[in-house]
Design a protein around this ligand. Structure first.
Ligand SMILES: Nc1ncnc2c1ncn2[C@@H]1O[C@H](COP(=O)(O)OP(=O)(O)OP(=O)(O)O)[C@@H](O)[C@H]1O
Length: 723
């Protein structure tokens, strides 16, 4: 019987087909699998055909419907493993198939494809273009070094005529083989050959450094070496699972960098994956949960946390999708929640009744009460930050501890006498709240961490999404939930998306990820144009590493090597004389997206800094007969209408088109949110950075199109992009 594998491109084609055609494809595949190889070749129905003019002699087509053809790679290594490469209308399939050549990457041993016709044209073009330029992009690397990294003859010739990184990007996949392109991209970004080896080749299991010494890899071995782009159909239910209607690519094909951590056989302690927006960190977290469930013991419990209840609901749905029917019974072993909800429950169970979490305005009033009748030099904001960022962050319990502590992350000096006064005010604040059966969320976490530390761990594994915004008290809850052991905590997050004021030294909290960290660099969500544009909003901003505050080595994170393989329009940034004009232009923009570009209203989002503008946008859109809904009302996926939200509420979401409105100097940065430098210079920097990150988060939600606007004076935060 022939064996069958499906390529990523085939799966993408299949997803885009109408249901009846999908069914016909499914039927054809079933028929294919039920025949022997000789029957297959003889079958009139299948019409397995060699193509005249195909550049790769192993390429065949089969008949799927009257109009559609499947493109196959037939084995030439004595195996019976066929790979379905595409399914497309007849002419398109033939045209595509004739130009492709499949080969085995010399370093990764994976199967790769190129558009050989297009690359040959590029060779002629760049050879002529480069004649007058002696300096070449890869001149510091010898042919041997490039070959050892998997670069083959044709790609080597092309690499030698590249003068700039832009020359290389013209030949991005699907034109150039993806693994080889990635190597060249890293070298062009000034990674050394050694770093490229360590980051791209060694993780694929290659141990032999020299290309000359490596054994030959057969076609079927190469197919099985490419789980990031090809999946073999194994058991009888497997095909149905792959073809199921909820099919999405992230469930099947992981980038090697994603797979390496998601399916790591076992970390000897906490592990961490970072990466810019859209690099698939949540996807990795979900696959890690699946791996832990499949390899763990029966009944072992897993805690999967994220930042908001809406995100927890989405994570739960996606986990159920990933597990599918086959592993659905494992879902009961996973609790998906926010750390705050978990903490509130732990406290409620311990007290026998719940504490009411305090809203921000109620907290401000409580501080006002605590300082009433005293002539103190501190504002409510200063007190609230001191309580949250020093007392609760360090879990201080007594005035003596507070007197002795190092006030990490605070830029003001506070002497002994002042500390004693501050402690009294904070004590009054907590007593007042306790008498009202109320507490801030951070207090709840602080209490829950204490309760859990005494009662002992409750889970075998903890997996944390959106880790960048967790407060030390929340980390203590997580640390106490699971005993220190192998695979105890798996963390994913992006310090460039830190929009709440939480600086943490994970090491000091007993979560040491040293030697078990990885970074993702390919963005699967947005176009390269949106990515570059958004990343430059953070140019020069001092973004610290995830989980390291200034007391660690204070190193900086960076978006180096962060990129997308998708391309589209450059974002538009435009100012207007009045808000009315700005909203009129917004309506026009949304109409263009929906009516001309065919985008569904629910795939369009508008976001603003505050709810007042969110409400104004909704009213305006509805007045113009464009359906609009507020994200905070939690519209399900079936509700139509443009999504409108504050920038904070955009965290973790994604849309095809995003408009960010009201980006004026008065709201970004928002002065009341930024501690004046003279009050606390360290806090000032942290607050300003959070404002920059907020705009960055909003912009990086866009997949295909991004429009930014303002009325009146433009925010200075747009200076790097708007000229
Ligand atoms: N291997 C993959 N193949 C195809 N699509 C992927 C892959 N990994 C992630 N994606 C898609 O990329 C998008 C972003 O993924 P995800 O939300 O996991 O990224 P993230 O890094 O958590 O993003 P953010 O930090 O911006 O919230 C999603 O649409 C996801 O389905």
């Amino acid at each position: 019987m022939p064996r069958l594998a499906l390529s990523e491109d085939f799966v993408a084609d299949l997803i885009s087909l109408q249901k009846p055609v999908q069914k016909e494809v499914n039927d054809a595949i079933q028929m294919f699998r039920s025949m022997t190889v000789p029957q297959l070749h003889a079958s009139k129905g299948m019409h397995l055909e060699k193509l005249t003019g195909a550049r790769d002699p192993r390429i065949r087509t089969i008949r799927v419907t009257k109009f559609y053809r499947g493109v196959l790679l037939a084995p030439d290594d004595g195996s019976e493993l066929f790979t379905l490469l595409r399914v497309a209308p007849h002419d398109e399939a033939i045209n595509w198939a004739c130009k492709r050549v499949y080969s085995v990457n010399g370093a990764t041993g994976g199967l790769e494809v190129r558009n050989v016709d297009a690359l040959e044209q590029m060779e002629t073009y760049f050879e002529t273009k480069a004649v007058t330029t002696p300096a070449r992009l890869f001149e510091e690397h010898s042919d041997t070094v490039l070959r050892d990294l998997g670069i083959d003859d044709q790609v080597l010739r092309l690499a030698r005529v590249c003068v700039t990184a832009d020359d290389l990007s013209v030949m991005a996949p699907p034109m150039m083989p993806a693994d080889q392109y990635e190597v060249l991209e890293f070298l062009a970004a000034k990674y050394s050959a050694q770093e490229v080896w360590e980051q791209l080749i060694a993780p694929r299991g290659q141990t032999v450094r020299s290309a000359e010494d490596r054994p030959t890899v057969t076609l079927s071995e190469a197919i099985l070496n490419t789980p990031n782009r090809i999946v073999e159909v194994t058991g009888p239910g497997e095909l149905e699972r792959i073809l199921s209607e909820d099919l999405t690519r992230w469930r099947i094909f992981l980038h090697p960098a994603q797979r390496r951590y998601a399916y790591h056989p076992g970390f000897n302690g906490p592990a961490q994956v970072t990466g810019g927006p859209g690099t698939g960190k949540t996807v990795v977290a979900l696959h890690r949960v699946r791996h832990l469930l499949r390899t763990g013991r029966e009944g072992e419990r897993i805690l999967l946390t994220t930042f908001t209840n809406a995100m927890a609901a989405a994570l739960r749905d996606n986990l159920a999708l990933l597990l599918g029917d086959a592993d659905a019974h494992l879902l009961d072993q996973v609790e998906v929640t926010t750390v705050d909800s978990l903490a509130a429950r732990v406290v409620r169970e311990a007290r026998g009744s719940s504490l009411k979490p305090l809203s921000s305005p109620a907290e401000k009033s409580a501080w006002t009460r605590a300082i009433a009748r005293e002539d103190l030099p501190w504002t409510e904001r200063f007190l609230s930050q001191e309580f949250r960022n020093v007392v609760l962050a360090q879990g201080l319990r007594t005035p003596e501890e507070y007197l002795r502590c190092v006030r990490r992350g605070r830029g003001t000096q506070v002497g002994r006498v002042q500390r004693a006064r501050l402690w009294r005010v904070m004590e009054r604040f907590t007593t007042d709240l306790a008498s009202r059966d109320s507490a801030t969320y951070t207090q709840l976490c602080d209490q829950a961490a204490g309760i859990l530390a005494e009662s002992g761990p409750r889970y075998r594994h903890v997996v944390v999404d959106e880790a960048q915004d967790l407060h030390p008290a929340q980390w203590r809850v997580l640390r106490a939930c699971v005993a220190p052991q192998s695979d105890d905590i798996f963390i994913v997050g992006d310090p460039h998306q830190r929009i709440y004021d939480s600086r943490v030294s994970l090491r000091s909290l007993g979560i040491n990820v040293r030697g078990r960290t990885s970074r993702l660099r390919i963005n699967y969500r947005s176009t390269e144009e949106i990515l570059r544009w958004s990343a430059s909003l953070l140019d020069g901003q001092p973004v610290g590493r995830l989980g390291e505050d200034d007391d660690d080595d204070g190193g900086r994170d960076s978006l180096r090597g962060y990129r997308s393989q998708l391309h589209g329009r450059v974002p538009v940034a435009r100012g207007y004389a009045s808000q009315d004009e700005e909203l009129r232009a917004l309506v026009e923009q949304i109409r263009t997206w929906i009516e001309q570009d065919g985008v569904k209203p629910s795939e369009v989002a508008v976001c603003a800094r505050f709810n007042t503008l969110v409400d104004a946008v909704i009213t305006r859109l509805r007045r113009e007969r464009i359906p609009a809904v507020a994200v905070k009302d939690d519209p399900g996926p079936d509700v139509s209408g443009v999504r409108v939200a504050t920038m904070h509420a955009m965290k973790g979401l994604e849309f095809r088109c995003v408009a960010v409105v009201g980006v004026t100097s008065s709201v970004l940065p928002f002065a009341p949110q930024v501690t004046p430098a003279e009050v606390d210079s360290v806090q000032h920097q942290a607050d300003l950075l959070a404002e920059h990150c907020l705009l960055f988060v909003a912009c990086t939600r866009a997949r295909d199109a991004l429009a930014i606007s303002w009325s009146g004076e433009r925010s200075r935060m747009l200076d790097p992009v708007a000229g």
